[in-house]
Design a protein. Structure first.
Length: 392
């Protein structure tokens, strides 16, 4: 190195000190991330937000709003794209089933201007529960219909019945059943083949836990990447999901709001289990004076703090939507005490994300952890943005 370009010790120390000052601490990085997430649409048009699997939903809902649609109709049309997608294993057709291998769907909607809501829980055989929930709000004096009653209600309105269990979801269900074989009479997949004399058994690649057939990490990554809001955890090559789609819309700053959440819920759940998604105030809540919010992730935790209502209440008290989401996550963290739900640092070992839009057009989303995106459509276009996080 030429002498002139060699740093002197003084220059080196000065540069190090400067680097130390300018390198953001973890807390500063978190703050910067939240500030980046404190967005507002400068265009003054509609704002539609959704979980990360909802890019196509916000795109369509935004177009509908620009054509003058009611905000609830716009988002129910938007989420129907995801409900109809057999490759999204967390919603509608193709959702992962309950422990009996039956897909049971939950959804609720809330219309801001009318302050009316509708919900269906544990609905079978109908791929668009959000549209059925909207009919509960429109056509009945009730807020929620579940199970057989919800199916009969949908049938009476002409919704088509079909088997929602796709071949792929059935395969995962069978894999999950097989994984129970330590406790019951089902065999593991690696025990299926009958040993044939003189035929060498092919060795299955090891799985991370040593149980079940192995699958390349890249396969797992690909599946998770294809389901960005999926809340999917792979264990022994079996997907476990609490994935969902939430979508909220604002017609224009100062305008009308609506919210909708729809899901196949927790995979392998007990038949009849209902999560947060069809519960007004938990998985979804809209107040036309303040804002709209919703949740994805572990529904039990969201129910136990009235998650979406908490987020809207914080916006009512002046929080930016991102901060309101963070507040609700902190509340879950404070209230979670069961050791089976905590990591080594005493933090919730599951994930939850909240999404919110305020009456004046600000929006944001936050999760406990992970590089998760949310979808948003404004006059600047439809896009994915990174959720803020409470932890790293
Ligand atoms: N958040 C979806 C569920 O827990 O069912």
């Amino acid at each position: 190195m030429p002498e002139a370009t060699q740093p002197t010790r003084r220059a080196f120390l000065a540069a190090s000190a400067l680097a130390a000052i300018s390198a953001p601490t973890f807390a500063q990085q978190q703050l910067q991330q939240r500030q980046r997430s404190r967005r507002r649409d400068p265009g003054g048009g509609p704002v539609v937000i959704a979980s990360g699997n909802g890019l196509r939903a916000v795109t369509l809902a935004y177009q509908r709003l620009m054509s003058g649609a009611d905000p609830l109709d716009a988002i129910v049309d938007g989420v129907a794209i995801i409900e109809n997608d057999p490759d999204d294993m967390s919603v509608g057709l193709g959702g992962l089933p309950n422990e009996d291998g039956v897909v049971e769907l939950d959804s609720c909607v809330m219309h801001g201007p009318a302050h009316r809501s509708g919900a269906v829980g544990a609905l079978r055989n109908i791929r668009n529960p959000a549209a059925v929930a909207r009919e509960v709000a429109r056509r009945t004096d009730h807020c929620m219909i579940v199970g057989e009653g919800a199916l009969r209600f949908a049938r009476s309105l002409g919704f088509q019945e079909e088997n929602l269990l796709t071949d792929k979801a059935r395969e995962y269900w069978l894999r999950w059943k097989a994984s129970l074989s330590r406790e019951d009479d089902w065999l593991n997949e690696d025990q299926f083949d009958l040993p044939t004399p003189n035929k060498p058994r092919s060795a299955a690649p090891p799985s991370p836990s040593g149980r079940g057939p192995g699958r390349g990490v890249s396969d797992v990554d690909r599946e998770v990447a294809s389901n960005p809001a999926g809340h999917i955890i792979w264990r022994d090559n079996i997907p476990y999901t609490t994935g969902t789609i939430h979508c909220s819309a604002l017609t224009a700053p100062g305008g009308d709001l609506a919210g909708c959440t729809t899901t196949s819920g927790l995979s392998w759940k007990l038949p009849g289990r209902v999560g947060d998604s069809p519960i007004i105030g938990a998985g979804n809540y809209t107040d036309n004076d303040t804002g709209s919010a919703g949740a994805t992730g572990r529904g039990e935790a969201v129910i136990q703090i009235s998650g979406a209502r908490t987020v809207v209440m914080r916006m009512e008290q002046g929080d930016h939507p991102t901060d309101a989401c963070i507040y609700a996550l902190e509340l879950i963290a404070r209230k979670t005490s069961a050791p089976r739900l905590l990591d080594g640092q005493g933090r919730p070992n599951f994930n939850v994300c909240f999404y919110a839009v305020s009456k004046d057009g600000q929006f944001g989303a936050a999760c406990f952890r992970g590089e998760r995106d949310f979808a948003v459509a404004t006059s600047a276009g439809a896009r994915l943005e990174r959720c803020a996080t409470l932890y790293d």
